[in-house]
Design a protein. Structure first.
Length: 272
């Protein structure tokens, strides 16, 4: 369902304005420590797809930011910040407000939106955002592959092992390469699964006939919290050989990154 955010903003602003208490919209929300376990229990009892209280809090604040007109990305977290002006006004922040803003910027936060506060004439209200990669733990997979050939059957493929180097599960794992439609699709991969054999045939793909401009290996998966993750690495070609074929050796894949969309589906119902 697509929400009408400008209309929703009018509704919540009016709702807060007619309250006897807590009349300020958007509220300065901080997840109390005492709410952590009750919130997790409530999410589990209602079979909610996200059960991590801190993730729920991030999504709640991001939703408020959307209502306020901020273009929200799945790869970021958000927070609201009220900033005091100096007593003479003129748009200059107080020393304390400027110090607080500088501290948050040094922690990776960036200003996404700032405007005079609608309730306080001597304050600004800002929405800050930063990438999630620096603040949450993500599953990390490792994959090394090298070229194998069967001259009799005229087959060429990348063969190697994939393993999960973290204590967090990676779900709906898929492995693919540049200039090839072939995809290796796995289920959930955990550290306890050990090395998973991966064979990616490409002799019938464009990658076999000519060297791609940016040859690379890719691994994509979903976290338990529903984040879309991609890891990628370069393929080092060391051909062509006597038959005009290129062969490749994988140098491993880079760190996990949160992405907005996947490149390859795991199954036909996947939302890229």
């Amino acid at each position: 369902m697509k929400l009408d955010f400008p209309r929703l903003r009018d509704i919540v602003t009016s709702e807060f304005a007619r309250r006897e208490h807590n009349r300020i919209w958007p509220p300065a929300f901080e997840l109390p420590a005492l709410w952590l376990e009750p919130l997790r229990t409530e999410a589990l009892s209602n079979a909610f797809p996200v059960t991590d209280p801190e993730q729920l809090a991030r999504e709640f604040v991001a939703f408020m930011a959307q209502i306020e007109g901020v273009e929200v990305k799945q790869t970021h977290e958000y927070r609201f910040l009220n900033l005091q002006e100096v007593i003479t006004g003129g748009g200059t922040l107080s020393q304390e407000a400027q110090a607080r803003l500088d501290e948050l910027v040094s922690q990776g936060w960036a200003i996404m939106y700032i405007a005079p506060h609608r309730h306080y004439v001597d304050q600004f209200q800002a929405v800050l955002g930063r990438e999630l990669n620096s603040t949450i733990q993500l599953p990390r997979l490792q994959l090394r592959m090298s070229t194998e050939q069967n001259p009799v059957q005229e087959r060429v493929w990348l063969a190697g092992q994939l393993r999960n180097e973290s204590d967090l599960p990676a779900n709906k794992v898929r492995v693919f390469m540049t200039a090839a439609d072939s995809v290796i699709r796995l289920g959930t991969v955990t550290r306890g699964d050990g090395e998973q054999l991966v064979n990616l045939r490409y002799d019938d793909q464009p990658a076999y006939r000519e060297l791609p401009q940016f040859p690379g290996l890719f691994v994509e998966f979903v976290t338990d919290d529903g984040l879309k993750i991609q890891q990628s690495g370069n393929l080092d070609h060391y051909g062509p050989d006597a038959n005009g074929r290129f062969t490749y050796t994988g140098l491993g894949i880079g760190p996990p990154k949160i992405v907005q969309t996947f490149t390859k589906r795991h199954d036909p119902l996947d939302d890229l």
